[in-house]
Design a protein. Structure first.
Length: 376
């Protein structure tokens, strides 16, 4: 729970904006390849302020059922109309107004981020201060997509370690796992390394996954079905490598079930997946109580969503480096006047200015905007 009281503000207008930013290199997971980040941005206007939110959804429903199109439709038809022109409320009060909408977590989270940015600006509080952050700098990891060859993977790891990244996450899938782990361990015996399968396995693969135990991985993320907790519990009972859940936890309810069932031992928290930063804080609190370390996931965010991720990652339970990498890991030019740059010690700063605390490069934003619509 957040401890600060936020101002009650009106939302007079809202806009949906889509930006298209090419990725510096293609990003391949067990479910597909992405060469561009097409991000939906939400802008809320009220009390003379503009709040910005970024939606985590991608173009295709490979990670989640939510897509760019579904989130735009949910925001335009249901979520933003629930708050537009209503009496002033704080962000929790505003988000209660769309709580009747089932699902559409990424769409809700984008609107909530914009409201928190607006409220932070009004109160002169950084998002990190609002959420209960305690760190000024965030130790960062990097997520490396499936590469054309093992050698290419090793080269990519070399490059990121040289930049200072503190943890390597490798996407894997059946057949691109044991050899991958063996090759990586041979070349990098002590580097903190983990795998992310994005649900590419079934419980029938338990023996194969158990063979990963010998490689001393930090964890394996979401090996089994996106909506499963039972099989993950059965798998965790058979392997030593800690299971980290991602897709399977979309709410505090899911997390409580996962803890009870011992479906894993670690949680990747993404505000988009759990309907917002405020729900993410409650899940973080529950993980602390359950002794589950957490880390902040990523969805190839532009600097806007990245600022929010860094604020979230400043909370005390985020004890592991996450997928909060620097702007240049994704984009030649980010949406910000000052891109996020990795320090030599592998950390990024938590923005300390009011709200998201980042200045948007408006000329570049205009150039990469491919859609802009007024809602309501
Ligand atoms: O933002 O650096 C990033 C990407 C991190 O691997 C990453 N995200 O399952 O955790 C995950 C994936 C989902 C994104 S698929 C485009
Ligand atoms: Mg994942």
């Amino acid at each position: 729970m957040i401890q600060v009281q936020l101002p009650e503000l009106p939302v007079e207008r809202a806009r949906l904006r889509v930006v298209a930013l090419p990725l510096v290199s293609p990003f391949t997971t067990s479910f597909g390849t992405q060469t561009e980040r097409r991000a939906l941005l939400v802008e809320v206007f009220g009390a003379g302020l503009r709040g910005w939110g970024e939606c985590a959804a991608g173009l295709d429903p490979g990670y989640s059922y939510e897509t760019l199109a579904s989130t735009m439709e949910a925001l335009r038809r249901h979520i933003l109309p629930a708050i537009l022109g209503r009496e002033a409320a704080d962000p929790a009060g505003q988000s209660a107004r769309w709580a009747w909408v089932r699902g559409h977590n990424m769409a809700k989270a984008a609107a909530e981020m914009a409201l928190l940015d607006q409220a932070g600006q009004a109160a002169g509080l950084s998002l990190a201060a609002i959420l209960g952050g305690v760190k000024q700098r965030i130790p960062c990891g990097v997520s490396i997509g499936i590469q054309p060859s093992l050698e290419a993977t090793l080269t990519a790891i070399d490059g990121y370690l040289a930049q200072g990244y503190l943890r390597i996450k490798l996407k894997c899938k059946p057949g691109y796992d044991l050899q991958l782990a063996a090759a990586v361990r041979e070349r990098f015996p002590t580097t903190p390394v983990m795998l992310d399968a994005n649900s590419a396995y079934t419980l029938a693969d338990a023996e194969r996954l158990r063979q990963l135990d010998e490689f001393n991985l930090m964890m394996i993320e979401q090996p089994l079905a996106h909506d499963d907790l039972l099989d993950h519990a059965a798998l965790q009972a058979q392997i030593r490598t800690p299971v980290c859940l991602d897709e399977s936890v979309e709410s505090l309810t899911d997390l409580r079930a996962a803890v009870r069932l011992q479906s894993g031992r670690i949680l990747n928290i993404k505000a988009g997946r759990v309907a917002g930063l405020l729900p993410a804080v409650r899940i973080h609190d529950a993980c602390r109580e359950a002794d589950w370390p957490v880390w902040c996931g990523g969805m190839l965010e532009t600097g806007i969503g990245r600022a929010a991720n860094l604020a979230l990652a400043s909370l005390p339970g985020f004890t592991l480096p996450g997928d909060t990498s620097a702007s240049d890991r994704y984009f030649r030019r980010d949406l910000l006047e000052e891109p996020f740059t990795l320090a030599e010690d592998g950390t990024l700063p938590v923005p300390s200015g009011p709200g998201l605390g980042v200045a948007i490069d408006s000329a570049w934003l205009d150039q990469v905007t491919v859609h802009l619509e007024e809602v309501g």
